[in-house]
Write a protein that binds this ligand. Structure first.
Ligand code: ZN
Length: 215
């Protein structure tokens, strides 16, 4: 395995071992704070200045940017975007390998969030680090936005950061989201945009009843 690939596996494994289960709105997200601090420390080491945002419910987001002196305004800033939280595991007895152990069996890494999306988070971070190291004279801005609170109500992650950036008048030109999107093999699909979400209220008129035998 080449050095960056081994580094991605190591980084992914470390992130999987931090339990960042998202138990829904208004729940404390202490694991997300730990993951954010871990990520921020790694980014700071290579000169991507991290800022941490924490919501009232202790959900933590990292924004890190590499902005060289004399930045060339004709080069659009590139943002790499991901989230640290994961869907709760359900009954751990049903897992073949413990969800937070990051076991590698037959060259496959197993653990909650290996696919969605600690693997790609690690890949983006290592890629940014490698690029900055190899291209110290690059005159464009590279930024990482690593949110919490994506898997449940998603109100204290990206939303809070967007509010902060809007208040500062900062705009994002290009954004790459590392969510898993492959169909059959890794990297076979790159999607322009994402499915988004829509929320509505459904009102049904009629007489309220009760069905005693749901089957
Ligand atoms: Zn995801």
């Amino acid at each position: 395995m080449s050095m960056p690939a081994a580094e991605v596996v190591r980084f992914t494994s470390d992130l999987i071992r931090i339990d960042t289960s998202n138990y829904g709105p208004d729940q404390d997200g202490p694991g997300e704070r730990d993951a954010a601090e871990y990520v921020a420390a790694a980014l700071a080491e290579v000169g991507l200045e991290p800022e941490l945002y924490e919501s009232a419910s202790r959900r933590t987001t990292v924004v890190a940017r590499w902005e060289p002196a004399g930045v060339d305004a004709s080069l659009p800033p590139l943002l790499l975007h991901g989230h640290t939280d994961v869907v709760p595991t359900g009954d751990e007895a049903h897992w073949t390998y413990p969800p937070f152990s990051a076991e590698i069996v037959d060259d496959m890494l197993y653990g909650r969030g290996a696919a969605d999306m600690k693997g790609s988070l690690a890949a983006m971070i290592v890629a940014a680090e490698e690029y900055v190291k190899a291209n110290p004279n690059h005159k464009g801005t590279i930024a990482l936005l690593i949110t919490s609170d994506e898997e449940a109500a998603a109100k204290d992650g990206t939303v809070r950061v967007v509010e902060t950036l809007m208040a500062r008048g900062e705009k994002i030109t290009y954004c790459m989201v590392g969510e898993p999107s492959s169909s059959k093999t890794l990297g076979d699909v790159v999607k322009n945009g994402r499915r988004g979400s829509i929320t509505g209220n459904l009102y049904i008129q009629g007489i309220q009843g009760h069905v005693a035998y749901p089957h």
